[in-house]
Design a protein around this ligand. Sequence first.
Ligand code: GAL
Length: 685
Amino acid sequence: MQQNNRKMINGKSIILGTCYYPEQWDKKLWAEDIDRMLAAGIQVVRVAEFAWNKFEPREGEYDFTFFDEFLKLAEEKGMKVIFCTPTATPPAWLSTKYPEILNADQDGNLFRHGNRRHYNYNSPIYREFVAKLTEQMGTHYGAHPAIIGWQLDNELNCETNEFYSESDTKAFRKFLQDKYENLDALNAAWGTDFWNQTYTDWEEVDVPRRTNNNTTNPHRVLDYIRFISDSTCSFAKLQADILKKYIKPDDFITTNGIFDRIDYQRMQRESLDFITFDSYPDFAYGLDDYDEKDPFKDRWWSMKLTEVRSTSPVFGIMEQQSGADGWTNRLEAPTPKPGQLTLWTMQSIAHGSDYIGYFRWRTSIMGTEIYWHGILDYSGRDNRRLREVKAVSEKIKKLQPVAGAEYAAKIGILKDYDNNWDTNYDNWHRRVERQSQDSLFLALQQLHAPYNYVYLTEETKPEDLKKYEVLFYPHATILTKEKMALLETYVADGGKLVMGCRTGYKDRTGKCVMDYLPGLASKVTGTDIPEYSFVSPEDKHVYVDWDGEKVEAAIFNDILAPVCESAEVLGTYTNSYYAGEPALIRNSFGKGEAYYFGGAFAVDTAKLFARKLKVAEPFKDVIELPECCELAVREKDGRQFLFVLNYQPREEQIVLKKQAFDMLAEESREGNVTLAPYETKVYEL
Ligand code: GAL
């Protein structure tokens, strides 16, 4: 993971910003808007991500007067600017004259002008237009004093993450030629002897088109998803490499994520100083899919923030929700209640964000997003949400020591892109993975046991893993020798590794291994899997007895056998035809231990693991808090900052067992404390 050392997120300050669209408003509003933002404590605006026509109104005619004027004003008023490449919305003149820049549906029908992100990453013509415009923008604006950083495009892979244009077909072939060199190797990797799918000429190789039942070769799909990630990363790099030639040394390059089918570890390495995220916790209150029984609702967003942190430990929020969600034709959610805007801001900061940019200053009066509200409503009058932003800015002044601090976690949940992407198409894999990811999140949140996601990549070193006492790798379906070597080192050095069912049965092509399972993980786990089955619908739930405690082995069951003396059976199945058979094995390996659990994790199961492995409630000597409140801790230079977030519309009680400094109230506290509805407390220990 890369550390951040650039200007905005440099460990020195936490700041507020907002998204502004100078092109959507009368210029007469600009000065007043900037003054009002500054008065509310907003120091940064992000601009231009959809404004291509303002820079190049006609092919090859560049014109910078519009944004020159805006930036001059920003500079005069002391407003800092995040400037964007406007490549998410290519102009009508471009898509009309060069339709090959457009993306297409699976049948190859081109998407037409009228929405956004209608382009494809691989069109040589589009890349040429993008490169020329970025070059122009870099040359013209690179040294501008108002600019502090750059955003590439907008939400790469949002809304569309499938590409079927002619350029994509050609690029996919090239990607495969580079990877496999010849068709024999490709046919072998994709197992094309199955159902006579053998390719005899590269011209026959295409992106996955529509088939009957829309079923196709899964190994091909896996490579196609890798190809999409590769295309997205190279599109970002094309822009970043150009900008790097012109921007000021302290200015940063970022993009706003996180979306599927992108290797963000690679993108950050190649193109970004840090990642930023668009945080809309109100999706949990969407009118279509509101779930009254969901205990977490907006708190689920903490899972996404954890994912963001896996790319950049300290990051930014480029778009923080500040009003109701809604497009004219989809997505409907209510206005954040009084206190929720503050709560969601604090949620972002608690998880590692040092920049919060509210989406958006004024609510659009036109277009698809007239219901996607910003801070101000259509009239622009002062309102409750603006007052709340102002109050947040006062709070943030008191939280400055937190800047640059990293989220503290003893638990890591391992991930890797091959396995993430395998779940895109493989239902069996997806079912266990979703179950376990959701359960681990719920369980560890309720136990107030903070965790990180840790991506295993070619760059991962043993030191990256060593800082975690426990690593869960729930369903490492695809395993490689390199990953296993890393994990064996981790365990041998004293780590505790927990693996769940369906581990190790695929190789990198996604084909199954002709081996005793869990394949490459057999050695470290000391486990063999003589038999396995989906949990039968007749059994509904299968349980495991672990030292007298009964926990669920959800969805799928591997029936286990220990294979060496160091392997010990800790739990057995209690029901189904395999009742009494081993369900949980612990293997002592070097100084550490590896656990193999035969099922997917249920919430109770994940909680029991955390307790038995002694990583539950790491702050219980300091604070007692109810399950419905979140605890997040950031630490820096030996200082610890505890965030306690109340997501409830009612008061909640906590107990400080030791004296702690309430950073917002600016006083020391101990004993019983009441949190107001949606309140966040921040304590320094
Ligand atoms: C984000 C996007 C913004 C805006 C917002 C509300 O995904 O980056 O441009 O569309 O959602 O829909």
